[in-house]
Design a protein around this ligand. Structure first.
Ligand code: PEP
Ligand code: MN
Length: 261
């Protein structure tokens, strides 16, 4: 199939629901992602929550990653510890040896030892990309530190992607963003590291209206794509219902950002 989400510049598009909730929800998401030929479908199995609540399907959702790969769509999920990375790699590639996989380290996961050990596991398999999100609080130094720690784990630079998800507001926030982007910092980090940086409009925006606006702002920057939450039925989402787009909204956004030719 022709690549529908294509390249006004080299871009990585990861789209799908905040959390894997059920087989039906993920099958619907895989089908939609496949039609658009996005680079990865977001099927996040582990959800760190501020307070205890639904925290993902966990290991029993690995079959859904395998289903995506069998349907020809590359899966992406957060992992919290190296053991989760290892078990996904073992099971996914045993079932679908030619799959590609993206694992990411989330903003809340700020134990540098764990970051490095996840990178160490990912480094061992060329079919896996590692994405690291910036930490929640504003600090260029800390963000650089995360990058240094994962590189120390042996991940090669051509399989490492950074993701900017904004910083927790600490002062003026006229748009009411959930997290405030710092594009000056992304420019610096990009220049300094020469690594691709994608943007997360969902966790910066916090509401559909903000997500659509902030994605356009980020589109003016020299960034390398985005990870965006899209749900088959956002109103029923078990996590982050307010910020998840419908696939129709996703299509309109992608067209307006000229990702589609
Ligand atoms: C997520 O991407 O699921 C998420 C919780 O975002 P962050 O780690 O950026 O807070
Ligand atoms: Mn979310």
């Amino acid at each position: 199939m022709k690549k529908m989400v294509s390249k006004k510049r080299k871009s990585i598009i990861i789209a799908g629901p905040c959390a894997a909730e059920s087989e039906d929800q993920i099958l619907a998401s895989i089908r939609e992602a496949k039609q658009r030929n996005v680079d990865f479908v977001r099927i996040s199995l582990w959800k760190p929550r501020t307070k205890p609540g639904f925290d993902g399907l966990g290991e029993k959702g690995i079959d859904l990653l395998i289903t995506a790969a069998k349907m020809g769509v590359n899966p992406a999920t957060e992992v919290l510890v190296p053991e989760q990375a290892q078990i996904i790699i073992d099971k996914l590639f045993r079932a679908v040896p030619n799959a590609k996989l993206l694992l990411w380290i989330g903003a809340r996961n700020q134990n540098h030892y764990i970051q490095r050990e996840i990178a160490r596991v990912v480094a061992q398999d060329k079919r896996v990309l590692l994405m690291v999100k910036n930490q929640p609080w504003t600090s260029e130094d800390h963000w650089e530190g995360i990058i240094a720690h994962v590189l120390d784990g042996g991940i090669s630079r051509d399989r490492l992607i950074l993701c900017h998800r904004g910083f927790v507001p600490n002062g003026a926030n006229p748009h009411g963003y959930r997290n405030i982007p710092d594009f000056e910092m992304t420019r610096k980090i990009k220049q300094m590291t020469d690594l691709p940086i994608i943007f997360d409009p969902s966790h910066t925006g916090g509401s559909v209206e903000n997500v659509l606006k902030i994605a356009q702002d980020a589109g003016k920057e020299n960034l390398d794509g985005m990870i965006i939450e899209v749900h088959p039925n956002p109103k029923m989402a078990m996590t982050d219902a307010a910020q998840q787009l419908t696939w129709k909204q996703f299509d309109e956004l992608i067209v307006s950002m000229r990702y589609v030719v």
